[in-house]
Write a protein that binds this ligand. Sequence first.
Ligand code: NI
Length: 179
Amino acid sequence: MAILKVAILGNPVLRAATEPVKNIQAPEIQRLIDDMIETMREYRGIGLAAPQVHRSLQITVIEEEADARSSKSVSRPLTVLINPRITPVTDQMVEDWEGCLSIPDLRGKVPRYKEIEVQAHDRRGRPLHLTAGDFFARVIQHEHDHLTGTLFLDRMKSLETLTYMDEYARYWARQEDEE
Ligand code: NI
C-alpha cells in the first residue's frame, strides 16, 4: 500500500470528467482502492475521491472515526462506492460546514440534500443500494461531486462563510457548540 499525493485546488485533474470503472476486480483497481483508503486515513479525511489522487475514475472511499472532530458526527464504517449514482429522496436541504483535502485549511457552509438514495458497486463489484441521511448523506454528496469535477466551493450559496481553520476555531466552532 502507498500514501498517494493529493491534488489541490488549481490542479485540472479536480475538474476533469471521470470514467466508470469497468473491471472492479482488476488488481490495479484493488490496489488503487487500498491506496486511497490509506491516503484518507493518513490525512485524517472523512472521504476521498479518485480525482483527488490524480485518477479520473468513479471511485470514492468514506470512513469516519468514532472520535471525529465534530460533535454532530457519528462513526461510519469504511464504505467504498464505485460508479455511484445518487438521487435525492427529499427536497429538504441542510447547510453545514465542509472542508476538503484538496482545499487545505479552508471551511465553508454548503447546502446539501438531507436524505439521498445511492446506487453503486462495492469493492468486490457487488451492487450496493443504500439510503443515507444527514452527515453521511453530506459526505457522499461531497465525494460524488468530485466525480463530476465539482468542489464544495461551487456549491456554497455565497462565500461569506469561507473561513480559514484557525478563524473557524476562533469564531465559529465555539458559537456552534453553544447552540
Ligand atoms: Ni473533497
